[in-house]
Structures are given as C-alpha cells and as structure tokens.
Design a protein around this ligand. Structure first.
Ligand code: NAP
Length: 540
C-alpha cells in the first residue's frame, strides 16, 4: 500500500491537529509532522504523536539538508526521543543518511528509538527508521552509493531519496529505483518536472507520496508537492494501480493546460484505467526524442498516448517517422500532428485532432455532414497553425475557401499548398488581405487569429456593420475559447448569425484523442462542463 501522506509544518499543537484532521477528512492515511522549528517543548512533541488523528512520521530536517532546523544533532536526538516517549510512538522517524553515518552518538540514540534486528529493549519499539537523502538542486552523482548505504544499514526500514528533477527522465529513474528495491522505498522528484513521480508513486508501490492540504507555497515541504485534493480528484489517486495506463500533454509550457482535468474526468466517466499528466519537455527535438523514447522503453510505465502541443507538433511527426510509426496522411500534409497514440501492438500513430475537432464543431453546429462542407463558402481568418488544420479539412471536403490574413503572403502560401487538394475534391482556395474581409461573399467565417483573445477581449476581426449586413444567413465560428463568448461571437449573435464557440473545437479535438486512446466515444458533456468550469473559475 502506498500511503497518501499529508506534509504538515508544525507551528503549534492546535494548528498541527487541525491540519491533520483536515488531511484525514480529505483522504490522507499518514501525516508527516515537520517539527524543524517546533523543538522547545518536549511534552508537546510527545503529545503531538500520542494524540495525532492519523499515524505519523516525524521529521526534524536540518538546514544543511534543506530543512529549517538550525541546532546540532545532539539536541535533535532529544527531539526524536521526545517524539518516541509516549506509549504508541510514531509509525516512522526520518533521519538523514549523512547524520546517521557521521555521528556514532547520534546514531546510537536513534537506534535506541526504532525497531531493528539488534534492538535490545524487552518491548521493542514499533517505530520504523526512514534513512533519507535530499538534493534540492539536481540528481546527486553518488545516488547509487547512497542507496547501497541505506540498504546495508540493518536498522533502516525504508529508503528515501528525493532530488530535483532535471527532466521527466529523472522520474523514470525514480520508478526504476522503487521497482528494484532492496527495502520499501520512497523515490520522489522535486520541482515541476517531478509531478509524475509523486502521482505515480502508487503505480510503482512506493511506500508513500507527499501532498499538501492547501495550494499555498508555504504549505509545501518540498517544491512540486500537489495538494491532496488534486491527487484525489484531478489525478485519480484511488484508481491508480500497477496496470494504469499513462497519457499526458507534452509541451512547453504545460502547467496551465486544461487537458489533464478534461481527460481524467473522461477516464472517470467511462471507468478507464488511465491517468493523464502534464508532461513538460523543453523545445528542442533531442529533448523530445530522448524523453518520449525513455517513456516508451519502460514497459511497466504503460505509456499509451499524448496530446502534443506547442512547440512539439512538428517534432512529433519527425519522431514517429524515425520510429517507423504511422503518420496520418492529413497530419503529414498539414505538417503538424498533435496526437500520439501507442497502438496495442506498440506501433506509434501520429494524427491531427485539431482537424477533426474543427470539422466536428462546424458540422454539428450547422447540422450538416462533412460531405456537405463541399457546398460552403468559407472565410478562414488567419494563416497560422490552427488555420492550416482547418483549411486542410475544408479543402479535403471540396469547400470554396478564402484565406484572409494580415500577411497576405502567408495566406497565399496556404492556398498554394492546399490548392490541389481542394481542386481534386471540387473546391478552390484563394488568398486575400485581411482588410478585404468586409467585402466578403462568404457565408461561414472562422477566426483563426488571436484577435479577441484574453486579455484583448474587446477586439474582433470582423466589425459589427459587416456582420449586420451578413445577417442570419451567416455562420461565425471563433476558435478562441478564452473568453468563451468573444466580441466576435457577441456581435454575430446580435446580428442574428449562427455562432459556434471555440470551446466546441477544444472539446471535439480532445474527444478525438480520447477515442483514439480508449476506443470509446468521449463523454462530451463531461468535457464541456469541466472546460467551462475551468474557464469561468477566476483562479485558473
Ligand atoms: P499562429 O500559428 O501564431 O497564427 C496566428 C495567425 O493570426 C497568423 O496568421 C497571424 O498573421 C494572425 N495574427 C496574429 N496576430 C494578429 C493581429 N494582431 N492582427 C491580425 N492578424 C493576426 O496561431 P495558431 O496556433 O494558429 O492559433 C490561432 C488561434 O487559434 C488562437 O487564438 C488559438 O486560441 C486558436 N486555437 C484554438 C483551438 C481550439 O481548440 N479551440 C486550437 C488551436 C488554436 P500573420 O501571418 O500576419 O502573422
């Protein structure tokens, strides 16, 4: 069993009990009391352990190992003695390997407190000793010597290693250490790159993971700790087991992505044994290749797919090509893929779900089939990445397309690239400068620029007069989803046009990924409500 452990700094008995009670209520089953600065009153320390609402782990971390305790090891031994002076004692005490190794007097005082083979007490204590090692900067070069020393100490019941992850690959090493364990092990990576090790501690049967009761940075005892609530509700802690499949959003940055909330809620809904994580990877192809290859190589990770966003959409095509995977021909033609699927036989598949997302949003919004797109005259506003996927989709179905763009050369390039495809299907593409949009004869308008996006929420690529002239016969689709109701959509609605919000494209492209990974239809209503909640929540 992997304990969900609430990490709590102790400032007073009252506060520590209250925090531990909250942690218990939220589902933690162990509490770590960090008594680094709560050291003066021995009786209070004993009482803390004796009356704790949860079994506890006592840590008094010195400043030289990243903690706040500034005294010497002699006084620190007395603090641990106070913690173990009651009838029950803590479940564990955590002592740094370095302190345990270098000072025989301190070591002997610790050995007197814990359960180990050479214990001479008539009634041996039940407290287990965690020997720990931390590096807040990087991965220690002597990591394996440290593990060996902990494994060789007979009194050490649990090995604990924590270091700041340099990249996602450090998490994979942490999982390998837990898997090849000599003893129960905790291996956690700190910082933004280390979230995976904290969430997946349960998948690899680590002794515990740490989480906080509040998102405040002051509440965490190490960088990158999630809240208990996030572990439970966002990252599906109770559903994680050794077989859980891993998915995620690969990008740089990915910290504010809404995809984990959406996909994990979807997995909940259909009871899929998976968890979806943010997977930050720096922009260069070599980082992408090394990280994704390492995740695929570790078969026990069960890495099954990813959403791939800026700046890795081209990197995904190159990677899948190099690894003899399949690239969907449309993704190839668009020149970017945003979905990686690891198929049941292990072969990689790269697809572009923006394409499906946009077409599904338009077809459902207009109540038409994809074949009926051939009858549309569509103005695509913008000629960047989103416009490429949309132009490809409409060209493939034989629509008549005008690409309006600030830099008309970019629009022309798009028209040249997809012109043959459109012609083959009976349609055509022309390029036009953005300021000619007011003279348009199109009936469907798709904004693929950031004009109107937060924080410039009063801007619009199409003025209200033009929309009023177009009237109820026109359809306006804004790919922007923050805000949900853009100025363009508000004006279009006032003019009587049919409107389609960018949230629909976002939901549909996520749905296309979800189906590729799970072979099941996505719960669109769940996706919509999670996305709308996130977009209207002022905190996110
Ligand atoms: P991009 O590759 O950077 O392209 C941006 C396009 O907008 C370019 O054609 C650029 O014109 C034009 N543009 C930028 N600022 C402009 C301005 N101030 N005035 C006029 N034109 C301007 O961006 P992208 O990835 O295609 O994203 C575009 C929009 O699509 C974003 O708002 C994004 O939110 C949305 N999107 C939505 C979804 C969804 O799921 N709903 C998915 C993807 C994208 P130049 O060629 O002249 O530079």
């Amino acid at each position: 069993m992997t304990h969900l452990t609430a990490a709590i700094y102790v400032h007073s008995l009252k506060q520590a009990f209250a925090d531990a009670a909250v942690a218990a209520e939220r589902g933690a089953d162990l509490v770590e009391y960090r008594i680094d600065t709560f050291i003066e009153d021995a009786e209070a320390i004993t009482e803390l352990v004796e009356t704790s609402p949860l079994p506890c782990l006592i840590t008094c971390r010195p400043d030289w190992e990243g903690g706040k305790y500034e005294g010497d090891d002699n006084d620190r031994a007395a603090v641990f003695e106070a913690a173990c002076a009651g009838v029950n004692g803590p479940a564990y005490i955590d002592v740094e390997l370095l302190a345990f190794q270098r000072d025989p007097v301190f070591r002997q005082r610790i050995l007197n407190l814990v359960d180990h083979p050479a214990q001479t007490h008539n009634t041996p204590p039940t407290t287990g000793l965690i020997l720990s090692s931390h590096d807040f900067e990087s991965r220690p070069i002597d990591l394996f010597q440290r593990i060996e020393a902990m494994a060789a100490a007979p009194a050490c019941r649990v090995i604990k290693l924590a270091w700041r992850a340099r990249s996602l690959r450090d998490n994979i090493e942490a999982f390998e250490i837990i898997t090849e364990r000599h003893k129960p092990t905790i291996a956690l990576c700190m910082g933004e790159n280390g979230l995976m090790s904290r969430v997946l501690a349960k998948k690899f049967a680590a002794l515990l993971t740490f989480a906080t009761i509040s998102p405040s940075p002051d509440a965490s005892t190490a960088p990158g700790q999630p809240t208990i609530a996030d572990l439970q509700t966002l990252y599906r802690w109770h559903h994680i087991n050794p077989e859980t499949a891993i998915y995620g959003v690969i990008g740089d940055p990915v910290g504010h992505s809404m995809s984990p909330a959406i996909h994990n809620a979807g997995f909940d809904k259909i009871d899929h044994n998976g968890v979806y994580l943010p997977l930050p990877i720096p922009p260069e192809y070599e980082h992408f290749k090394a990280t994704v290859a390492t995740m695929l190589d570790m078969s026990s990770l069960h890495f099954r797919g990813a959403s791939v966003t800026i700046p890795h959409k081209q990197n995904l095509l190159r990677f899948v090509d190099e690894f003899d995977g399949i690239i969907d021909p449309l993704a190839q033609q668009i020149g970017a893929a945003n979905t990686l699927t690891v198929q049941p036989d292990g072969q990689l598949l790269a697809t572009n779900s923006d394409y499906d997302g946009a077409l599904d949003a338009v077809c459902d919004g207009m109540s038409i089939t994809r074949q009926e797109l051939a009858n549309t005259r569509v103005a695509v506003i913008g000629a960047g990445g989103a416009a490429r996927a949309i132009v490809a989709g409409f060209a493939h179905h034989g629509a008549t397309i005008v690409v309006y763009n600030r830099t008309v050369e970019n629009a022309q390039r798009l028209a040249d690239e997809f012109g043959d495809m459109a012609q083959l299907a009976g349609g055509k593409i022309v390029a036009a400068p953005l300021d000619k949009l007011c003279d348009t004869c199109c009936q469907l308008f798709i904004n693929c620029t950031p004009i109107g996006m937060y924080p410039n929420i009063n801007a619009s690529p199409l003025d209200a007069d033009t929309l009023n002239r177009l009237g109820p016969g026109a359809v306006v689709f804004d790919t922007i989803y923050n805000p949900i109701q853009t100025q363009l959509l508000r004006d279009a609605r006032s003019a009587g046009c049919l409107t389609i919000p960018g949230t629909e494209m976002f939901v549909r492209q996520a749905a296309s990924q979800f189906t590729a990974w799970t072979s099941q239809p996505a719960p669109l209503d769940v996706f919509r409500s999670v996305l709308i909640d996130k977009l209207t929540d002022p905190v996110s």
